[in-house]
Design a protein around this ligand. Structure first.
Ligand code: SF4
Ligand code: SF4
Length: 81
């Protein structure tokens, strides 16, 4: 029972999407379009010199896929899709 509870908890907090921070060009379309305000701009830059996007509120992500749809460079992957 304890193991099942732990697995359920992990599933609830698993983020259903992933940002490839090295390929992100910092246009922030995904930040603007996320209906749950899950994404935020990093204070750091990647090798391209772009401030990339990070998952700031993972627990609010529904996996709706809007961020992946609007990303012009297909940098965001929706897991299981
Ligand atoms: S999958 Fe939906 S809720 Fe999650 S970060 Fe992308 S747009 Fe926001
Ligand atoms: S839309 Fe794509 S390229 Fe633009 S900030 Fe988001 S992840 Fe980066």
């Amino acid at each position: 029972m304890k193991k099942i509870k732990k697995e359920v908890k992990n599933r609830v907090h698993a983020v259903p999407m992933k940002v490839n921070t090295e390929r992100c060009k910092g246009c922030f379309l995904c930040v603007e379009f996320c209906p749950r305000k899950v994404l935020a701009v990093s204070e750091h830059v990647n090798d391209k010199g772009a401030k990339y996007v990070v998952v700031a509120r993972a627990e609010d992500c529904t996996g709706c896929g809007m961020c992946a749809v609007v990303c012009p460079d297909c940098v965001i992957e929706i897991k299981g899709s």
